[in-house]
Structures are given as structure tokens and as C-alpha cells.
Design a protein around this ligand. Sequence first.
Ligand code: XIL
Length: 300
Amino acid sequence: ASTLGAAAAQSGRYFGTAIAAGKLGDSAYTTIANREFNMVTAENEMKIDATEPNRGQFNFTNGDRVYNWAVQNGKRVRGHTLAWHNQQPGWMQSLSGSSLRQAMIDHINGVVGHYKGKIYAWDVVNEAFADGNSGGRRDSNLQRTGNDWIEVAFRTARAADPAAKLCYNDYNIDNWSWAKTQGVYNMVRDFKSRGVPIDCVGLQSHFNGNSPYNSNYRTTIQSFAALGVDVQITELDIQGGSATTYANVVNDCLAVSRCAGITVWGVRDTDSWLGSGASALLFDGNGNKKAAYTSVLNAL
Ligand code: XIL
């Protein structure tokens, strides 16, 4: 195969990218994105602040731009993200307690309802665990509504769209030896044992000097998969762009049948949220394939 999407499809997997609505008029960008990828995540356009800027007033203009571009070009869409401490609109930041809990439920119903039957997988809850050695939850306004907020979010999303896979998504849960990874693992195990609806774990996999790729990544993927959930690599970027590390990530995913696919967090280095100096993606700022691209294509 000569593209990332077609190469991933050889093993029944997908290869995706984050897409920004504001770049859909850039033909250099859309040419690469359309050619190489068969899964799309809206980089910001389906987040809480974008979709519900005022309480009860939903805005799907930019989310639909990304969605329609993807589907018109034959791609599937991952939904990102429904419940998160970041990129909350001001009105939500100022809520607490039962009114915030109800606002979260209403938000999930509004957004999942709008896209009902159209989304491959939702990142239902994003980044709910703490960094460091606690293995526990992150303190946030959502967490302070009660520890059951995550399972309530998943049950709400399941009822709103029974066809979408429901994922828990986080960063720094790639290294099996880290407490945060174990905290999420224990939550997923608990959810599966109690019948809380969860179908997938999203490993963001933003690798850098402080949270580098570790060879136990395959153990992490295998361990989550053994709980009975899919694993999706949802936001891959590697600071410095090591071709070897990119190949390691692909090989680790391919080693686990329940690793469903890989999404990189942007098309060209100039599109990366880390800035082009990080050299973290597969195409340079001129749209040329980097060594990391060839390494990924050969590994798929
Ligand atoms: C980032 C986007 O790439 C930026 O454009 C935005 O300014 C901030 O959010 N984890 C996530 C993503 O789940 O939503 C984040 O995306 C990157 C980290």
C-alpha cells in the first residue's frame, strides 16, 4: 500500500489525523490529509466550548465542517470530547455540584444526539486522572460533583448513541509502570466488572522528553485489551520525530489484535499544537514526507 490509511487497512485498522476546520481551505493541507488518512478527529471543534458556547445553545457549525469534510471524503470520525476539565465554556467553569452534573449530562445528550449514528468512537471523558504518583483522580470541577461522574458520563453517552464506541482518553497512560496508567487500568477493570458501558481506551501518546516512549508500551496495550476493551492510539506525536520510535509505536499496536488504529495529532509539523520546532509529525511544513512517515508506512 502507498498511503497510511490503505496500509493500516491491510490489517483491519485505521490511520487517522486531527483536522482543524480553519485549514480546510488550504489545499496543500487537504490534499495530504485526504490522500493519507481514513479516520478524522476534530482538533477543537467538537469540544465543550465549541459546541455549547452558551448553556443550552448548541453550535455545530465547525464540528459539522470537519465531520462533513471527512465523510464526503470517505473517512470515519472519532468524536472528541464530551467531558473534560479543559476548554470548558465560561458558564460551565462557574458551575458546581448538581447543576454542573446536570449540565454535563445535558451537554452529552446534546452533542451525542446531534451526531447519533455517525461517530465511530467518542472520547467520552478526557484526562480525568492526576499526574504524578497518586494513581487517583485529577481534582476538577467535574470530579468535585462526585466520584461517579465518569460512569454517569458513559451511561449517558451509551443511551444517547448505542452505536458509538465509548472511550476513556488520557495522556501519560502509555508507560505501564506509571501510577496514572495503573489508576486508569483499575477504573476500566472496575467498569467492566460492574457493567458500566466502556468500549475503548484512548492512549493519547504525546511522547516527549518527560514522557518518552517506553518499550513496555506493548504491555500497556495488551493489558487494557485483556480487560475486554479496544485500544486506540488517539493523539500520537513524538517530539523530535524519531523514525525508530514511530515504528515501535506501530509495531506495538499491530502486535495486539484489539489495537484498532492510530491517529496522529496533525498533518504537517506546522499544524502541530507543539509548534513546528518540535518536528513531531509525519510531514514537514512543506508537505514533504519525513523519515518518520516512511518508517510508519513500512511498519504497517
Ligand atoms: C489541543 C489542540 O491541538 C490545540 O489546538 C488546542 O489549543 C488545545 O488542545 N490533549 C487533548 C487534545 O485531548 O484535545 C489537545 O488538543 C491536546 C492534548
